[in-house]
Ligand binder design. Structure first.
Ligand code: ZN
Length: 275
């Protein structure tokens, strides 16, 4: 198997705090520095959350613009994927507004689930509105599936013409309230997709290496970074998101899957025609 490997870096997330790790990038300039290092290490996509000056999640569009501009300057080749979740506490209009910034991609959380002690609401009318916004603005939704029924919901939306081809899935393995991070579960999710559909996997916390390794072996792609995991190994905090990218790229190389070039990533993720 020699298909190139798309490595997404998710450097910040909603809930990774400075108390948990002093290395998480919070401000646009910090995110941009991590973007540059991650791109140099082989990442081809960056999934961005923004925070306010106190480090709390925000859907402030000005902050998004600032972060996107800084990342574009530091790593112009990266595909930019903006969160439309922020965290599970955000309001629907604010979540939809992000799409109008026309990033390459945005997250599309494909169903409602318990999320830790909370409920992450993604009701069907919201998902239809989000899908329509993506079509209107030419943004590739990253179909984030936290459980099996989320995959089926996406395939129904695609049948209705609300999701444009090619589809791009992201399986989120190991959120408390979502599907458990087991090999059987990941292979089952991948097996639900129509032949040839591109997918990627996330493993939360200590599941990061097992899930991404399996994804690489199974022909999928991977997401890593401090949104999902802060420990490089037991007892050792990562000091940069690029360390996670380097490890994913090394695993890919061992499996005969070199890191995708930016052009290859555009073909795989967006269905862009070869230049
Ligand atoms: Zn996210």
């Amino acid at each position: 198997m020699t298909a190139p490997l798309v490595v997404t870096v998710a450097p910040t997330g909603a809930d990774t705090s400075r108390e948990r790790t002093p290395h998480v990038p919070i401000l646009p300039g910090e995110i941009a520095r991590e973007a540059g290092a991650s791109a140099a290490a082989g990442a081809s996509v960056i999934h961005i959350h923004v925070r306010d000056d106190e480090g709390r999640s925000t859907m402030d569009l000005g902050r998004y613009r600032e972060a996107v501009a800084a990342v574009r300057e530091a790593a112009p080749q990266l595909l930019i994927n903006l969160t439309t979740a922020g965290s599970w506490r955000m309001e629907e209009p604010d979540r939809l507004a992000v799409v109008a910034l026309r990033p390459d991609m945005c997250s599309f959380d494909a169903g409602t689930l318990n999320f830790g002690d909370g409920v992450f609401l993604n009701p069907p009318p919201f998902l239809r509105a989000l899908a329509e916004a993506c079509l209107e603005h030419g943004v590739q939704p990253e179909l984030e599936c936290f459980d099996i029924s989320h995959v089926e919901a996406c395939l129904r939306l695609a049948d209705e013409g609300l999701l444009a081809q090619p589809l791009w899935f992201q399986f989120v393995m190991g959120i408390p309230g979502g599907i458990a991070a087991t090999p059987r579960n990941l292979l089952h999710l991948a097996g639900l997709l129509p032949e040839g559909t591109a997918w990627s996997a996330i493993g939360v916390g200590r599941a990061q290496v097992p899930m991404t390794t399996l994804a690489i072996a199974a022909g999928g792609h991977v997401r890593v970074g401090m949104e999902d995991n802060i420990m490089l190994r037991r007892g050792e905090l990562a000091t940069s998101n690029a360390q996670f990218v380097e490890r994913a790229v090394a695993l890919g190389a061992l499996a005969g899957r070199p890191a995708a070039t930016p052009e290859q990533a555009r073909q795989i993720v967006l269905g862009a025609a070869p230049a």
